[in-house]
Design a protein around this ligand. Structure first.
Ligand SMILES: C[S@@+](CC[C@H](N)C(=O)[O-])C[C@H]1O[C@@H](n2cnc3c(N)ncnc32)[C@H](O)[C@@H]1O
Length: 670
């Protein structure tokens, strides 16, 4: 029998082994949760085991209790739920931080033996509702105490999560409800005593498991998995309404509560899947999933139950959306639906839609809907992204883009947060400004400057209007005007409101869209062939919109001086330095020396030592030149090298020229 299932079958017995003084032990499914799939695990396991091959990364992106993930602990797990009260339990059950079972056991024993009679947030707001005053006093006391122990560093993050889980499970056992907190029973006897049991996570968990607490639609843009399991709400019941009290205690921000049911403000926790936006949300979700398989749970309540229980999407919708991604197979099993106590509706089946995603092979990358930097930075990696992104780690929390340039890589790397760093201070200031900009406003201001200098607007007037043609470009018309703008920029005060915009226009109208300063710090490139055309306007708009939507921070540091804490706390560091043996504008005047190369490799050794994944872009050979320093280092450290095809997607490339070309590589420590 499968290991995960065996554990489940033993667990009820384990729970009754309560030792005196302790509340015993508890397992993942010892709680009530609407729509939890614990009973369906054999069915789900059977479908996965028989239909899906080579599953190493299993993502349960609407995890709820985490029951489904718990049946796949032999894989790397990605869990997620919009509710913090579920997320914190996932950290307890699947997290990778070490914890002391003994210490937690002792603390739980203390809690169970203590008699608490204090006034606190819980007694003031909830006494005599879902819990007795005495139990409220104890819940409030315990939750506060967990927070204080964590703040005093006497427990770590995982231990905090396990204690909160113990409290939430303990509350669920005695709550005066029928399993959810939409209402409590009036005049019920509230005599059950709060007892906490010790959550016992499995011992052999994958150390790379990762738990998220975010909207699943945002998450899928950050992760890659072999199988993504999807179990969203089916109907109009919002989980944040049903579990507001557990969420309140888990978050412990002590908000104001209102109404008879004493609910806090839950506006940020509402799910689109419970509304008429469900189909739209599901379409977006599926389109962005990067996986070999999608397994989707949805029951066929259709129009059978009461209004609130009716499914939000029809089978036709589901199939239409999934089939865009690949072949779909449907498996079914009878079950009892949830319908406010009336569970006698006939022919209810829990269905599993399995989609074998054979139509989407890195669809996003191939379709080219990647964000392209409006700063056409020399050495920018945009063209290589379809090859690079699949080589990055499956899940990224915080990513550092150490030499970000125009941000092409960082902005397209799925992650929760991105740190952009570059030693070019003007570039970083420009990017920071764009992050907070309104795209339409910026474009308007750019046009105003363009008009002030009398520069070309080929988007409005074409090339002939300026006495130019497309192959020779606009240089002859723009030259003097551009030089006047360059002179003004070089003389301008950095505090000038338009400073960043002038800099941007110098790049746009400048030679090959490059950036170059002389030793006195003056921008010194000559005029270029192009102007602020429609394509660039769109790129800039898309870039700003995307930048505003992502969590990112900008640093302007020499790589040696970047705060090591940023590197230690990152989940992935990407380094795209100037290449020692090739010449780029930024590499002129000895811009990148052998010393820089050695310092960077030393820094990457440190990153490796912190246990953080890194990838380094570079070239090993260029014509007859060879980067020995890099070659030796790779050999000594046994890091992996992936050779990239520089001419990917370029049909003009003649294979016999290959010897003359540079060989782009990616060095990885994972
Ligand atoms: C049907 S339950 C999942 C049950 C789970 N499979 C189990 O066995 O316990 C749906 C879950 O989706 C969560 N949820 C709803 N909307 C979400 C969203 N947009 N992103 C992430 N989670 C969401 C809810 O909080 C709820 O826990």
């Amino acid at each position: 029998m499968d290991k995960a299932l065996r554990i489940f079958q033993n667990e009820d017995r384990q729970y009754s082994f309560a030792r005196s003084g302790s509340g015993g032990v508890t397992k993942i499914n010892n709680r009530r949760y609407l729509g939890n799939k614990y009973k369906l695990l054999p069915f789900i396991k059977e479908v996965v085991d028989s239909e899906c091959k080579d599953i190493e990364v299993f993502a349960d992106i609407f995890s709820g209790t985490g029951a489904v993930a718990s049946a796949f602990t032999d894989k790397k797990l990605i869990t997620n739920d919009i509710l913090y009260s579920n997320y914190i339990c996932h950290v307890a059950w699947f997290g990778n931080e070490e914890y002391s079972r003994e210490k937690i056991g002792e603390i739980i024993k203390e809690y169970n033996n203590e008699r608490i009679d204090e006034e606190n947030y819980m007694t003031v707001n909830f006494a005599g509702t879902y819990f007795s005053r005495e139990n409220c006093s104890k819940i409030g006391y315990i939750r506060q105490d967990i927070e204080e122990r964590y703040l005093n560093a006497t427990i770590n993050g995982r231990e905090r999560a396990i204690l909160i889980t113990a409290l939430l499970y303990g509350m669920d056992k005695i709550a005066n409800t029928c399993g959810h907190y939409d209402a409590y029973r009036k005049n019920a006897e509230l005599e059950k005593e709060l007892k906490l049991a010790l959550p016992v996570p499995e011992k052999e968990l994958n150390p790379d498991n990762i738990c998220y607490n975010m909207d699943a639609n945002k998450l899928v843009k950050m992760i890659r998995a072999d199988l993504v399991y999807i179990d969203p709400p089916y109907n109009s019941r919002q989980y944040c309404d049903s579990y507001h009290l557990l969420e309140n205690v888990a978050q412990w921000k002590k908000p104001k509560v209102i109404g008879v049911a004493k609910k806090m403000d839950r506006s940020s926790l509402k799910s689109d899947y419970c509304t008429n936006k469900a189909k739209e949300a599901f379409t977006d979700l599926i389109a962005h999933i990067r996986a070999k398989y999608i397994l989707f749970s949805y029951n066929n309540m259709g129009e059978k139950g009461d209004g609130r229980s009716n499914a939000r999407m029809s089978d036709r919708d589901i199939l239409e959306i999934l089939e865009k991604k690949g072949r779909v197979k449907i498996f079914s099993q009878s079950y009892k639906p949830f319908s406010a106590g009336k569970s006698d509706i006939e022919e209810n089946e829990e269905r599993l839609f399995l989609c074998i995603c054979d139509k989407n092979e890195d669809e996003k990358e191939k379709k080219g809907d990647l964000i392209k930097s409006p700063v056409n930075y020399t050495g920018g990696k945009y063209k290589l992204l379809p090859q690079l992104l699949p080589l990055f780690p499956d899940t990224n929390d915080v990513v550092v883009d150490l030499f970000c340039g125009g941000c092409d890589v960082g902005i397209n790397t799925p992650c929760r947060k991105i740190i952009f760093n570059d030693h070019n201070d003007r570039l970083i200031e420009l990017l920071k400004m764009l992050k907070n900009a309104d795209p339409a406003g910026i474009i308007k201001r750019l046009f105003k400057i363009i008009d002030d200098y009398g520069l070309s607007r080929s988007d409005l007037n074409g090339y002939a209007h300026y006495g130019c043609n497309s192959s020779e470009g606009l240089a002859s018309f723009n030259k003097d005007r551009y030089l006047r703008m360059r002179r003004d920029f070089n003389a301008a005060d950095i505090k000038n409101r338009d400073y960043d915009l002038l800099f941007y226009l110098l790049i746009v109208y400048g030679f090959n869209n490059q950036i170059r300063f002389n030793s006195a710090g003056a921008f010194n490139l000559p005029v270029g062939k192009r102007d602020f055309n429609r394509k660039l306007q769109k790129k800039l708009t898309d870039f700003i919109k995307h930048l505003r939507n992502i969590d990112c921070e900008f640093f302007n540091q020499d790589f040696r001086l970047l705060d090591p804490v940023l590197l230690k706390e990152a989940s992935f560091v990407y380094a795209d330095p100037p290449y020692l043996i090739t010449l780029a504008t930024y590499n002129e005047r000895n811009g990148w020396t052998e010393n820089d190369e050695r310092d960077l490799l030393e820094l990457l050794d440190k990153v490796h030592g912190y246990g953080v994944k890194f990838a380094l872009s570079n070239v090993l050979t260029s014509g007859k030149r060879e980067n020995r320093i890099l070659k030796d280092w790779i050999e000594r450290r046994h890091f992996k090298v992936v050779r990239l095809d520089m001419n990917y997607g370029n049909s003009n490339y003649h294979k016999n020229d290959r010897s003359k070309k540079e060989e782009e590589i990616l060095v990885r420590n994972y």
